[in-house]
Design a protein around this ligand. Structure first.
Ligand SMILES: [Cu+2]
Length: 153
């Protein structure tokens, strides 16, 4: 019993913050905790469905063929709140495999506006497994929407 008490007291001493720690070092730790967290990409409704992107605007994304190994063309149509096609925004997609983060990660790549006013980008699916497309929509350089789409091949 006495030994337990001693251990508890010892643990208490070890857990106490060192009183001699300079204030500057304390501030340093505070700054580390305040580091910017990774952006959040909430799951989007699937291909062909309306995805709200804020202020009544929405997008609809899809692919030129079923999602299989190989190259698929991703297309994103952006619509204003009154249903008109909007080609004034910037759309970017980052394709990666969540189970092998970074192994095939493309980073954010901008989609190009086609003659039809769709945003398009070839996506290379080079191995079977779980895939994730992270989409970012920017208006005048500011992020207005982020969302992800997960699928398996
Ligand atoms: Cu892989």
């Amino acid at each position: 019993m006495k030994r337990h008490l001693a251990l508890i007291l010892l643990a208490g001493v070890l857990l106490l913050p060192p009183a001699s720690l300079p204030a500057g070092e304390m501030r340093g730790h505070g700054m580390m905790k305040a580091a910017v967290p990774a952006a959040d990409y909430p799951p989007m409704p699937g291909p062909g469905k309306k995805v709200p992107i804020g202020e009544g605007a929405y997008l609809i994304f899809g692919f030129d063929k079923p999602l299989k190994m190989g190259t698929v063309i991703m297309s994103v149509e952006v619509f204003t709140a009154d249903g008109k096609k909007d080609t004034s925004v910037e759309v970017k997609v980052d394709a990666d495999m969540p189970s092998m983060r970074g192994a095939h990660g493309t980073g954010d790549r901008p989609l190009q506006v086609s003659k039809r006013g769709d945003y398009v980008l070839p996506v290379h699916i080079m191995m079977p497994g779980d895939w994730e497309l992270k989409l970012t929509v920017l208006k005048a350089g500011k992020v207005m929407f982020r969302g992800r789409f997960n699928f398996n091949v």
